[in-house]
Design a protein around this ligand. Structure first.
Ligand code: ATP
Ligand code: MG
Length: 292
């Protein structure tokens, strides 16, 4: 059984890039899931994007509907179920719920520990990108931060799959995070997204404890790959040293499809195509996060 040495503070990792479609959800699902099975860590995945692609990728729709009806989604972390409507915020919030009442257990080893939990996403979170007055949302943020802090006691790692916009939710995730894993595709625009995120983190006054950035290249072609952009990134004095040596390759097994719900490393007959690559990334990430 993998128990957490008491001294190690549980890392809270926001998977974030201002650029959309760079692989935040793919990495949250398939790389962070593997931290649970390969490194035997108690991982909590938090779907923090109103599009809730992470939940859709790994949880069958019928299960999701059941959990949503029972209030087991991220929305119950932000506000309690007495929230008046999807356009209003509850102004009288109590303490956050316990992890047990909102998280869904996806996997566990024989003796139940370590296990893999998910706080499912919720489209209703979209209201937080439509409310302009930040003051109204302060208690919601405080409740979320308290939930993450409380959950650290029970987990070895918390991974927050973020949405791509610079919104209230981004600030919540960055204030909770000890680390930010930034997926970057080997193209100019994803690298610009990395630079924007870095500026955002250093200039936004609410983020007093700056999380540590870790860059993970995603979408490396198996053949005919032009490494020019990767080489520029790796030789950059600021970003080169924080870029993981291992990159996530493009693979059909990682592609989100309607035909498969679940984790790539569980995919029967095909997992072998991606598992060695993901294991190598997880080994490196485990060291970078102080988990091994
Ligand atoms: N390494 C990969 N191999 C194959 N397909 C990939 C890989 N990484 C990402 N994809 C595909 O690219 C698309 C975008 O990836 P993903 O949804 O993970 O990005 P995202 O950053 O979470 O997007 P968003 O900004 O919308 O949240 C998806 O269809 C996904 O399946
Ligand atoms: Mg996503």
């Amino acid at each position: 059984m993998a128990t957490k040495p008491k001294k190690i503070e549980t890392p809270v990792v926001a998977v974030l890039n201002m650029k959309g479609g760079v692989g935040k959800t793919t990495i949250s699902a398939h790389v962070f899931r593997h931290l649970y099975s390969h490194l035997k860590k108690r991982v909590l995945l938090v779907d923090f994007d109103p599009q809730f692609n992470l939940t859709q990728a790994i949880m069958p729709q019928l299960s999701y509907e059941k959990h949503k009806a029972a209030g087991r989604t991220i929305l119950s972390v932000m506000e309690d179920s007495s929230a008046p409507s999807i356009f209003k915020v509850n102004s009288n919030l109590g303490p956050p719920p316990g992890l047990d009442s909102v998280a869904v257990r996806l996997r566990h080893f024989k003796n139940n520990s370590p296990d893999l939990l998910l706080v499912p996403g919720d489209f209703d979170m979209v209201k937080y990108s439509m409310i302009g007055d930040g003051k109204i949302l302060e208690p919601v943020k405080a409740r979320f931060l308290q939930f993450i802090e409380n959950s650290r006691a029970d987990r070895d790692l918390i991974c927050i799959d973020c949405n791509p916009s610079s919104s209230f939710m981004t600030i919540c995730a960055l204030q909770a995070a000890t680390h930010v894993v930034v997926p970057v595709r080997p193209d100019r625009y994803s690298i610009l997204g990395l630079k924007m995120l870095n500026r955002f983190i250093s200039e936004v006054p609410q983020i007093t404890k700056k999380p540590e950035l870790i860059v993970l290249l995603n979408g490396i072609k198996p053949s005919g790959y032009d490494p020019a952009v990767e080489n520029a990134l790796r030789s950059d004095p600021e970003f080169g040293p924080i870029t993981l040596a291992k990159s996530l390759k493009i693979s059909k097994v990682l592609e989100a499809t309607v035909g498969y719900t679940g984790f790539a490393t569980d995919k029967e007959g095909q997992a072998w195509r991606v598992t060695p690559n993901i294991s190598a990334i997880v080994d490196e990430l485990g060291v970078a996060l102080g988990l091994t």
